[in-house]
Design a binder for this molecule. Structure first.
Ligand code: NDP
Ligand code: 2IT
Length: 444
């Protein structure tokens, strides 16, 4: 059996009931076949793949807090420190009832390669909790965040592990967590990114993932003879990534006609009103059913259905495994030319294969959504030098990083005879730097 297949089998056997982690590992290992096969004996002796798929360490802890009725609630917290061969662990904190160890491990594993692709000095990690911020008062969210950080603060630090936002964790949650870290440790340091601007946050971090997604998509289109201007775009999700992806797509001259949340989706044939979306989601923290009040000509549908709308470009920006084979078939039948993942692993493996086989340009999340973590790394730089850069400076660096990432994957794919396969390109380019650093640092 090949080394790659052997390692994958071991991962499944050693980590049962973690299907998302298996999926993320399989996609990466399948892409790495040509790289590993070219040097199989060396990698096998180094046990490089075994070391890569085993987190450095993982923490699982109790998070007790008191709700507004005086009832004690208990959630489970996680932090997986996956790989710090190229820099301190870096990755978001997901707060969603579906969170479990397998989901955090899949996200942490993806983060290793994503962070490597940014070419900035950040390793891979991820954390979170099964806490659901939806419907909670600000005081309840604060109580949870303080309890979560009371334990998490033992394992993180500006040069050790720097968490940030993800699903359910935005500026409010980061603020409460930062306050608690500072109170316990008495250290004012850049231990979290995505902070508010008044206490060490970076301009453009809020916009960065969505904007970065569009900068990379535009470069991919340009290199394949297309442009964003005039395109019809379907976006899923209506959170941080979706909102700023829609905004930048519109600034580039495209028309975004959909968005969604976990209850339903909106079709707005005249183009999504981003200001209304921001008001509903960022200010009111309400559901998408409210959107029709702002745009009477739009349609709201219960359930899923974004990918059935005719579009040129699809940007899944909600969560993992939200674009299935049947969706891929609908997109291809409707003439879609490009799919770029704003979320982490939103496209199932069979859907990805179908899109690629049918000539759809496909940018995987670990490249396409890397603008968020890249700008987090820029926030870390600003915190270290105790200075803040202008919006234009940060945004300019972000654009350059996203363009470089695209060319980095494009080149890696070509080097291994896989021209246009940006999934393989991203995995190979991300792996090369990490593998080199791991080997240089010896067996550890
Ligand atoms: P938010 O919490 O701001 O928004 C998430 C959006 O996705 C909401 O519209 C939410 O709907 C929807 N959603 C979440 N879970 C589900 C689900 N199980 N089924 C259907 N819809 C769901 O998160 P972000 O925008 O920050 O994150 C979106 C994706 O982007 C995630 O995959 C995240 O890992 C990834 N990402 C985020 C980055 C960042 O900087 N924030 C960076 C890189 C990637 P509802 O409100 O109903 O739950
Ligand atoms: O998935 C991701 O890259 C994020 N949630 C952002 C991580 C970060 O450290 O900014």
């Amino acid at each position: 059996m090949s080394y790659v297949d052997e390692v994958y089998e071991k991962v499944v056997a050693k980590n049962p009931a973690e299907p998302e982690f298996h999926q993320a590992v399989k996609e990466v290992l399948d892409s790495l076949r040509p790289v590993i096969e070219a040097n199989e004996e060396k990698y096998r002796r180094e046990a490089l793949l075994e070391r890569l798929v085993e987190p450095d360490r993982q923490f699982k802890f109790r998070v007790p807090w008191v709700d507004d009725q005086g009832q004690v609630q208990v959630n489970t917290g996680y932090r997986v420190q996956f790989n710090n061969s190229i820099g301190p662990y870096k990755g978001g904190l997901r707060l969603h009832p579906s969170v479990n160890l397998g989901i955090i491990k899949f996200l942490g594993f993806e983060q290793i390669f994503k962070n490597s692709l940014t070419r900035l000095p950040i390793g891979g990690g991820k954390g979170g909790s099964d806490f659901d911020p939806k419907g909670k008062s600000d005081r309840e969210v604060m109580a949870f965040c303080q309890s979560f950080m009371t334990e998490l603060c033992k394992y993180i630090g500006a040069d050790t592990d720097v968490p940030a936002g993800d699903i359910g964790t935005g500026a409010r949650e980061i603020g409460y967590m930062f306050g608690q870290y500072k109170k316990i440790k008495s250290v004012y340091e850049g231990v979290l990114t995505g902070k508010g601007l008044s206490y060490g946050g970076s301009l453009a971090r809020t916009e960065a993932t969505g904007y970065g997604l569009l900068y990379l998509t535009q470069e991919m289109l340009k290199c394949n003879g297309h442009e964003m201007n005039g395109k019809v775009v379907a976006v899923s999700g209506s959170g941080n990534v979706a909102i700023y992806a829609a905004q930048k797509a519109q600034q580039m001259g495209a028309k975004v006609v959909t968005c969604s949340d976990s209850n339903g989706w909106v079709y707005d044939p005249e183009g999504i009103d981003v200001a209304a979306l921001k008001e509903i989601k960022e200010v009111q923290r309400a559901r998408l059913t409210e959107y029709k009040k702002y745009r009477p000509n739009s349609e709201y549908h219960e359930g899923r259905g974004v990918w059935t709308v005719k579009c040129d470009i699809a940007l899944p920006c909600a969560t993992q495994n939200e674009l299935f084979l049947e969706d891929a078939k609908a997109l291809v039948a409707n003439g879609c030319i490009a799919v770029a993942e704003g979320a982490n692993m939103p496209t199932t493996m069979d859907a990805t294969e179908y899109l690629q086989k049918n000539g759809v340009l496909f940018a995987p999340g670990k490249a396409a959504n890397a603008g968020g973590v890249a700008t987090s790394a820029l926030e870390m730089s600003q915190n270290s030098e105790r200075l803040s850069w202008t919006f234009e400076e940060v945004d300019g660096k972000l654009q350059q990083i996203m363009v470089n990432i695209f060319h980095n994957l494009d080149d890696a794919a070509k080097r291994y005879g896989k021209e246009g396969d940006y999934v393989a390109g991203a995995n190979i380019a991300g792996f090369e730097k990490v593998a080199e650093a791991m080997i240089a640092q010896g067996v550890c």
